[in-house]
Design a protein around this ligand. Structure first.
Ligand code: ADP
Ligand code: MG
Length: 250
């Protein structure tokens, strides 16, 4: 068999790592007296590793994060009232397997979006399908899908994710249709897809953005069942960063 044919087949079969490695690894195999099986095992291992790496990169790209924020870069000392243990245990990812909602609640600038993205990045690196939306963006996409008579398909597509991040619930009130669609979407996903929701509003004020009492209690019922609620209390991180160092503590 010619190497030309081998390389063509490797390319057709998308075995890129084997394509790159079969010659150098064959030299190494000869030097180190590897068995044929060992050589094959090394090649396959290279391929498997590359695929895992590619999948992680693809998951992060497909999630459409507005920014990359790592959990490791979060300064817990800046927000001592945040339950760090809680965040660390969420990072282990058990909530994903149970499709449990996570609600990050508190005033602007306290790091809710940062933590949401940090947790979602971890999920991507575990190989899970993740998608980031602002709540407004999701409501718009839902409305458009409905207009174009492809809402069921859109919901089914959302349902194929392991985790959806819904950022900034509460900043913009919904139209009646928007609220209804959001409710429908959350109903379709509960107990199947994990949601991380960030919000500046306590539950008692959700009715103000949803506009309908029954719908609000229905949504809260779904979202708070087996949920992890993390409260963010403190002073805006951005604001603190702007303060002169010698102004601290006065
Ligand atoms: P929120 O979503 O609660 O309004 P963000 O997550 O957008 O807040 O945080 C605002 C900015 O401050 C972001 O750039 C974020 O990375 C940063 N930030 C907030 N809190 C912290 C923190 N404790 N450690 C590091 N960066 C932080
Ligand atoms: Mg935010």
């Amino acid at each position: 068999m010619s190497y030309e044919q081998l390389e063509q087949q490797l390319a057709e079969l998308h075995l890129a790592a084997i394509y790159d490695q079969y010659v150098p690894l064959a030299q190494k195999a000869a030097q180190s007296n590897w068995s044929y099986e060992t050589y094959l095992a090394y090649l396959i291992d290279q391929e498997a590793e590359r695929r895992t790496r590619n999948r992680r990169t693809r998951r992060i790209k497909d999630a459409k994060f507005p920014l990359i924020k790592e959990l490791a870069d979060f300064d817990y000392a800046a927000i001592p009232q945040l339950n760090k243990q809680r965040v660390m245990s969420l990072a282990e990812g058990a909530y994903l397997e149970q499709a449990e909602p996570v609600i990050l609640m508190g005033n602007p600038g306290l790091g809710k979006t940062h933590i949401a993205i940090g947790l979602a990045l971890i999920a991507c690196r575990q190989g899970h399908r993740v998608r980031f939306y602002t709540v407004t963006q999701l409501a718009n996409d839902l409305a458009q899908a409905q207009q174009e008579h492809r809402l069921p398909k859109f919901l089914e597509k959302l349902g194929r994710h392991k985790l959806l991040v819904l950022d900034e619930f509460g900043y913009v009130p919904f139209s009646a249709t928007g609220a209804h669609l959001l409710f429908q979407c959350c109903s379709a996903l509960t107990e199947r897809v994990s949601l991380i929701i960030t919000t500046n509003l306590p539950f008692s004020e959700w009715i103000q953005v949803l506009g309908d009492e029954r719908l609000t209690s229905g949504l809260l019922d779904r979202l708070t069942f087996r949920s992890h609620i993390v409260e963010f209390v403190g002073e805006s991180y951005r604001f603190r960063q702007q303060m002169p160092v010698d102004g601290e503590g006065r």
